[in-house]
Design a protein around this ligand. Structure first.
Ligand code: ZN
Length: 335
């Protein structure tokens, strides 16, 4: 499928119609105090062999989540092009200014790229990147993957997440996530945030899933390997990989988040001491953690309990929390 970049302000020297391995960047030119006449490079790789389908893989949508960038860079350098059948377009640092600063959001406009879709061709830097992906790149794709992890703020079990859209698209989203074969899979509900890459792909009718792979703002070796192996399995499922792969043997645990009270927030300021780690299960009413008041040590700790029997899929990475801060994401396993 053709990639038409005419409507985007971001231009590139990469020729998406060319065979072979290309590296380059899209040029983000805000003409602000950060770059008066120069540009912020948004790196892009295009690996093409033959005339098969197109898979788009993005990492660095949030700038402090490095498993995606690491996996994409590893594949770009090591992937045997002769075994590829089709076109693999990869962005290792989609919100490049945020990645450069190791921040979730862009320091140029405080933009959270995964809340910026469908974007604006003439908008802020983050909105311009969103527009490029939704309106120029995804329409030329047969499938897409957006690799996230918890960043500095949170720690997730290694999971894929897909939207169970109605009809064939939902089935294809599920098939892609199944091919990736993460240990956990989040079947997202209706009414998901419509500003995400998942929603952009749904609007464009492109099958896709996202991931959350650990967290902490560093690089988890095991999850980088999982991402590389998973992307190869997705390529194979699309008929884009011509060499045998070692099949994943681990079963996948599917879950959903059926109600808002599965997300726990801090009811007061203090030191949060969780009772368990992500991947643990709670019975209804079981203590999930305590909040201690460091500066009012005589005050009784506040014990939080699980509102439902549940599986914990993520947890805050912060010790000290304020009222309203995210503490823990619980979920309901699908049997
Ligand atoms: Zn993220």
């Amino acid at each position: 499928m053709t990639i038409n970049l005419d409507a985007s302000r971001l231009k590139t020297d990469v020729d998406f119609a060319r065979q072979g391995r290309q590296t380059g960047d899209f040029r983000l030119r805000p003409s602000d105090n950060s770059k008066a006449l120069g540009y912020h490079p948004v790196p892009v790789f295009c690996l093409q062999n033959g005339e098969g389908p197109t898979l788009v893989v993005t990492g660095g949508t949030h700038g402090d989540e490095f498993e995606g960038p690491a996996a994409i860079l590893r594949l770009m350098h090591r992937l045997d092009l002769e075994k590829l059948n089709g076109r693999l377009i990869m962005f290792p640092a989609l919100n490049a200014p945020a990645v450069k600063a190791s921040l979730r959001c862009s320091p140029l406009d405080d933009g959270n790229l995964n809340r910026a879709f469908p974007g604006d061709a003439d908008g802020s830097p983050t909105e311009q990147i969103a527009y490029l992906i939704e309106h120029c790149i995804l329409p030329g794709a047969d499938a897409a993957i957006d690799i996230h992890s918890g960043g500095r703020a949170s720690e997730f079990v290694p999971l894929s997440m897909y939207v169970p859209s109605t009809g064939e698209l939902g089935e294809r989203n599920r098939a892609l996530a199944d091919a990736f074969r993460a240990p956990y899979c989040w079947v997202m509900g209706v009414g998901n945030d419509n500003r995400t890459v998942n929603s952009a792909a749904e609007r464009q009718g492109v099958p896709m899933f996202a991931t959350e792979l650990g967290g902490g703002g560093n690089v988890n070796t095991e999850y980088v390997r999982l991402a590389c192996d998973g992307i190869l399995r997705v390529l194979q499922s699309l008929g884009m990989w011509q060499a045998p792969l070692v099949a994943a043997t681990q079963a996948t645990t599917y879950f959903r988040i059926p109600a808002t009270d599965f997300t726990l927030f801090a009811p007061r300021d203090g030191l949060f001491v969780p009772a368990k780690t992500p991947g643990s299960r709670f019975s209804k009413g079981e203590a999930v953690g305590d909040i201690y008041s460091i500066f009012e040590p005589e005050r009784e700790p506040c014990t939080l309990v699980a509102p439902h029997s549940s599986l914990m899929i993520s947890q805050t990475r912060y010790g000290q929390v304020e009222r309203g801060d995210f503490l823990m994401q619980l979920s309901d396993e699908i049997s």
